[in-house]
Design a protein around this ligand. Structure first.
Ligand SMILES: [Zn+2]
Length: 378
């Protein structure tokens, strides 16, 4: 029987960057799930580039599960100069490779846990959902939620949390502000209008908006407020042309309890103020993405159970997860998994093998406690 480390070595060797099809990872999982125990449904779609993406739903019983284990199958891209990215290695108790931590490690744990239990003997249904395209906007999870493909009382969404049960997470919003000026020869600035000067006024106001956001606290988070970042600024065409356009990319991560639209409203107010103060000022806010916050569930039975097994305190996360999109399908959801998100999304990504093994033990106990009895080991 394969261990979680064995599975993870196999899984990292199957590249599944979001731009590629995830079909090979799904096929790997299919081959590992005992066909006499699981009924399988595939939800495939084509992405904007026409590439096939597949979500897998496996259930041991009815369409209403007691426990749902969710894991995404795609990874962020990797540097071609990093040889271990898809040739994983174990060194000093760490397994290195792209996706080892985010989040094929958790997938490996699910596969090991369900093969070590005889899931046919569970008295309440267990389900597994493997999704596509999480790293580019939780596309697969949204697809499954839109189809109402499954319902479950409890759900554990995999992400590297250092085996802490995570009960809530910040939302995510992305917007672009387009500032329009008027081009002119730089020797005659009065004949034009600099979009960069106007853009600088916008940026200064955005800093004030960030301060307003920081005043509304949610003590469950670090930092304990909605953050805002001006990540990109692009403007002008040449050194001797008064710039005609300036584009500012801004994101914010709302805490639960704050309307995710509130920052957009504050930005609109500031743009209107600038328009009154500077005649001819022209700027437009275009919100491109608005992912909901992951609000804490009203019950905490699952979080408490995982906390007692993992001996780790419940936490919150500042990054977006599929949990926010799948909340409508479940009563209580936590985010949980081996590894630390700070080692993910970069060259040298790894997961500690001891955490993989511990995660398998925790998953087996959670499955037995919630879906049991399973007195018989396969
Ligand atoms: Zn992830």
């Amino acid at each position: 029987m394969k261990s979680a480390v064995d599975h993870l070595l196999d899984l990292v060797a199957i590249p599944s960057v979001s731009s590629m099809s995830n079909r090979s990872v799904i096929d790997y999982a299919l081959a590992e799930l005992n066909p006499t125990a699981w009924s399988i449904q595939l939800y495939a779609y084509r992405d904007a580039a026409g590439i096939e993406k597949v979500n897998l739903l496996a259930t041991t019983g009815a369409r209403v599960a007691e426990l749902l284990l969710v894991c995404h199958t795609d990874t962020v891209p990797f540097d071609s100069a990093w040889p271990e990215a898809v040739n994983p290695k174990v060194r000093n108790g760490k397994l290195y490779g792209r996706g080892s931590c985010d989040v094929k490690g958790y997938l490996a744990c699910i596969l090991a846990a369900v093969s070590e239990l005889d899931v046919r003997r569970l008295s309440k249904p267990l389900a597994i959902l493997l999704t596509a395209d999480e790293e580019i906007g939780c596309v697969g999870a949204k697809y499954i939620a839109g189809k109402n493909a499954i319902r479950s009382r409890y759900a554990i969404v995999g992400e590297p949390t250092g085996l802490r049960p995570v009960r809530a997470g910040k939302g995510y919003a992305l917007a672009e502000i387009v500032v329009r000026g008027k081009e002119a020869h730089s020797a005659f600035p009065a004949r034009g209008r600099s979009a960069i000067y106007d853009g600088a006024r916008v940026v200064a106001r955005l800093e004030q908006v960030a301060k307003k956001l920081a005043a509304r606290k949610n003590a469950d988070f670090d930092p304990p407020y909605t953050t805002l970042n001006v990540g990109l600024i692009r403007g002008g065409t040449a050194k001797n042309i008064v710039p005609g356009e300036c584009r500012i990319t801004v994101e914010w991560r709302p805490v639960p309890g704050v309307d995710p639209n509130w920052p957009a409203m504050l930005i609109q107010e500031e743009l209107a103020r600038l328009k009154r103060r500077y005649p001819g000022f022209d700027a437009q806010l275009d919100v491109q993405r608005m992912d909901p916050t992951f609000d804490p569930s009203s019950t905490d039975a699952l979080a408490t159970l995982v906390q007692s097994l993992a001996r780790r305190r419940p936490a919150t996360v500042a990054f977006g997860t599929e949990a926010a999109h799948l909340r409508s399908l479940t009563t209580e959801t936590i985010v949980f998994g081996p590894g630390n998100m700070e080692t993910a999304h970069k060259t040298g990504e790894f997961v500690p093998t001891a955490e993989l093994n511990k995660c398998v033990e925790i998953l087996k106990k959670v499955i037995e406690r919630l879906c049991g009895p399973s007195d018989h080991y396969a």
